[in-house]
Write a protein that binds this ligand. Structure first.
Ligand code: GLN
Length: 285
C-alpha cells in the first residue's frame, strides 16, 4: 500500500523526536523534500500526493542516519552559503551562518577596487567562492591542507562560475605560494581541547583538522600572525573568524605581530566572531 506526503512527514517527525534529535521537524521536512526533489514548502501544499515505496524507503534510510545524529547537511549533500550553492560531504567542514558574516565584513571593508585575496583553510571553498562571486574585481587564492576538502572546493568554484578567479593550492597555510596579497581571510580551526569534549554529536562526523585549533584553540592565529609578513603587502588586512571568548587573546597576538587598528564584529547571535586588523607599514619593505 502506498502512503502520502503528510503521513510520511508525520512518521518522520515522530521517529526523530523519539530519537531525541533536536529540531526534528526541520530534519524530517528537509529530508522528505530532498527525496521528493521538491522545495520544502511544497510538502505542505501537496500533502495528499501519494509516495511510492522506493521513495519512502529512501526517506527511511536517511531518517535512520539522522537519528544517529549524522549531520543533516551531509545527508542533503548541499548547503547555501550567501549566494552560492555548495556541494559538501564528510571531507569538508559544513559552512556555518556565522561565516557568512565574515564574508560580509570583508566585502564592506575592502570596497570594489581590484584586489588579490588569500583564503587560508578554504574547506568547501565557501569564503573564497562568495568573495569572488560578489566582487568580480577580485582574484582569490585559496589554500587547504586537505586533498579531500579541495576536491569539493574546486568542484564548487566551477558550479558557481568563479573558477577563473579562484585558484586552489594544496598546502599548509600558504607555504610555497609566491607573491604578496592585499588581504588574508581565514576561518581556521579554533576549538579547544575542553570544547571538544562537549560537542554536539553531529560535529564528530566533521573533519577534526578543520575544527581543532590546538590545546588552547589559538594555534592557527599564532602561526598566521607570525608568518603573515611573508605573504601580506605592507598595509594589508587580515580577517579572521574567531571562537567564543577568543577576541582579547587574538587581538593581543595580532598587536604583538605588527598589526594595528584591531576591530571586532559580532555575529547574528551577538557573539564576538570576526576580528580585523591591518599590518603596520614600516616603510622598509
Ligand atoms: N564554528 C564551528 C563550530 O562551532 C567551528 C569552526 C572552526 O573551528 N573554524 O563548530
Amino acid at each position: 500500500m502506498s502512503t502520502t506526503v503528510s503521513r510520511c512527514l508525520k512518521k518522520g517527525i515522530h521517529f526523530l523526536e523519539a530519537a531525541r534529535v533536536p529540531e526534528a521537524t526541520i530534519s524530517a521536512e528537509e529530508l522528505l523534500s530532498y527525496v521528493l526533489d521538491r522545495p520544502r514548502f511544497s510538502i505542505y501544499l501537496d500533502s495528499e500526493i501519494e509516495i511510492n515505496r522506493q521513495i519512502e524507503s529512501e526517506y527511511e534510510t536517511l531518517l535512520a542516519k539522522r537519528a544517529g545524529r549524522y549531520p543533516l547537511q551531509y545527508l542533503m549533500r548541499a548547503v547555501q552559503f550567501r549566494h552560492a550553492i555548495l556541494e559538501i560531504g564528510e571531507g569538508c567542514l559544513i559552512p556555518r551562518p556565522e561565516t557568512e558574516v565574515l564574508a560580509e565584513v570583508v566585502l564592506n571593508c575592502l570596497g570594489v577596487k581590484p584586489l588579490h585575496l588569500l583564503d587560508v583553510g578554504t574547506g568547501s571553498g565557501n569564503i573564497a567562492i562568495s568573495l569572488a562571486q560578489e566582487r568580480s574585481e577580485w582574484l582569490v587564492t585559496a589554500t587547504d591542507i586537505s586533498t579531500e576538502a579541495l576536491r569539493y572546493a574546486k568542484m564548487n568554484a566551477i558550479r558557481n562560475d568563479v573558477s577563473d578567479r579562484v585558484h586552489f593550492i594544496e598546502t599548509d597555510l600558504w607555504h610555497g605560494v609566491n607573491g604578496l596579497v592585499d588581504a588574508i581571510v581565514s576561518n581556521p580551526p579554533y576549538l579547544t581541547d575542553p570544547e571538544f569534549d562537549h560537542l554536539q554529536p553531529e560535529i564528530a562526523f566533521e573533519p577534526r583538522i578543520a575544527l581543532h585549533g590546538g590545546t588552547d584553540g589559538f594555534l592557527f592565529y599564532q602561526r598566521m600572525a607570525r608568518e603573515a609578513k611573508s605573504i601580506l603587502k605592507p598595509d594589508g588586512f587580515i580577517f579572521f573568524e574567531i571562537g567564543a571568548g577568543q577576541a582579547n587573546k587574538i587581538s593581543h597576538i595580532l598587536e604583538t605581530n605588527d598589526f594595528c587598528d584591531v576591530q571586532i564584529s559580532k555575529d547574528n547571535c551577538g557573539e564576538e566572531r570576526i576580528i580585523t586588523a591591518q599590518l603596520v607599514n614600516h616603510g622598509s619593505r
